[in-house]
Write a protein that binds this ligand. Structure first.
Ligand code: NAD
Ligand code: UD1
Length: 340
């Protein structure tokens, strides 16, 4: 039987859409998720899209006994590790939660892998590990620094992975540094479903468009950027999912490897660019006001994508209009489901 890819956090936003890509590529998938930020209904959507239902275990990556049992029952070829907490502001308020979940949780998972002799690991890192860019575009050898516990937890896990890689043979590890993942599955059946008030730009914009929120606050219009608003490298989540497949294939084809790779498009867009694109997709006006800068925000950030292209043979293909079209389809679906 084809061995499984274990996807931690596989009912979440990026994990569920990567599961879709894995299933479509013929892999067997086992999801481990504690459902702290997702719903099991995502499994139905995955099945509807792919015609296959991934195996699912509701549980926590910090549960060593559960992990040992899982690795003994399933033949696992590789682990894609998405599970974790991701809200920057919350991480400043509750740092121990972030170190426990993101760092201790990753260590527990790696220990269980080591015991089971599974040594292929794809890690959800973030462009946040570059801190305030000293130059653009950001190459993978840009100095690393962080300004908040969330970012620090990602950098710590990257460092732990370097130590582990050096300590014994056979590890094949890819740290994927995501830029700003947005969009949804083109069917509109799976997308980002933030709990409460969205922290990130695009979910907020989508909720204004659908009428769930009155207006967007644009955090600062006095940055040193073409229109004064913050510039980011937005990447379609389906491109990101394909990037994971490329990294997995690369790792499986090599005996031993430790990679850190940017997953971005290489192009930056401003907040106002994104608002305009979403207005075109939704055919609605997005009301906004200019507000003070958000503490901790940087002016601009975009990826150098040449290493991903050279090493993994992967490049992002969707532009911002497709990202907004798909996010809008998902937002309409989510609103219709909520309203019965
Ligand atoms: P998400 O919250 O939608 O998905 C994370 C999933 O992990 C959720 O389903 C949650 O229930 C689960 N989870 C959390 N803690 C767990 C635990 N201890 N045990 C088991 N399951 C647990 O987030 P996402 O946007 O899909 O992000 C996935 C990963 O990518 C995260 O590690 C995140 O830090 C990283 N990342 C995300 C972004 C982004 O903008 N979304 C950017 C860079 C990096
Ligand atoms: C944020 C996190 C980053 C994380 C990423 C993806 C911070 C400081 N950084 O990145 O660590 O990896 O999310 O989860 O939180 N904006 C508005 N109004 C809003 C929301 C955002 O104008 O209501 C602006 C921001 O100022 C920024 C841009 O939109 O210029 C993108 O913001 P956001 O989507 O939160 O992503 P990042 O700040 O890039």
């Amino acid at each position: 039987m084809t061995p499984y890819i274990l996807v931690t956090g596989g009912t979440g936003f990026i994990g569920s859409l990567t599961t879709v890509s894995l299933l479509e590529a013929g892999h067997n998938v086992l999801i481990l998720d504690n459902l702290s930020n997702s719903s099991p209904s995502v499994l139905d959507a995955i099945e509807k899209i792919t015609g296959k239902r991934p195996d699912f275990i509701q549980g926590d990556i910090r549960d060593a006994a559960l992990l040992a049992d899982l690795f003994s029952r399933y033949s696992i070829q590789a682990v894609m590790h998405f599970a974790g907490l991701k809200a920057v502001g919350e991480s400043v308020q509750f740092p121990l939660r972030y170190y426990d979940n993101n760092v201790h949780g990753s260590v527990q998972l790696l220990q269980a892998m080591q015991a089971a002799n599974v040594r292929t690991f794809i890690f959800s890192s973030s462009a946040t590990v570059y801190g305030d860019p000293k130059f653009l575009p950001l190459t993978e050898d840009h100095p690393l620094s962080t300004t908040n516990p969330y970012g620090h937890s990602k950098l710590m896990v990257e460092e732990i992975l370097q130590n582990l890689y050096k300590s014994e043979d056979g590890w094949r590890i890819a740290c994927l540094r995501y830029f700003n993942p947005v969009g949804a599955h083109p069917s509109g059946l799976i997308g980002e479903a933030p709990q409460g008030i969205p922290n990130n730009l695009m979910p907020y914009v989508a909720q204004v468009a659908v009428g769930e929120r009155a207006q967007l606050s644009v955090f600062g219009d006095d940055y040193d950027t073409p229109d004064g608003t913050g510039v980011r490298d937005y990447i379609h989540v389906m491109d990101l999912a394909e990037g994971h497949l490329a990294a997995l294939n690369y790792c499986l084809e090599n005996d031993s490897e430790l990679l850190a790779v940017n997953l971005g498009t290489g192009t930056g867009y401003s907040v106002l660019d994104m608002i305009s694109a979403f207005e075109r997709s939704s055919q609605r006006r997005i009301a906004y006001q200019i507000a003070p800068r958000r503490p901790g925000d940087i002016a601009s950030c975009w990826a150098d994508t040449s290493f991903a292209r050279k090493k993994l043979g992967w490049t992002a293909s969707s532009g911002i209009q497709k990202m907004c079209d798909d996010a809008w389809r998902w937002q309409c679906h989510a609103a219709a489901t909520k309203n019965g």
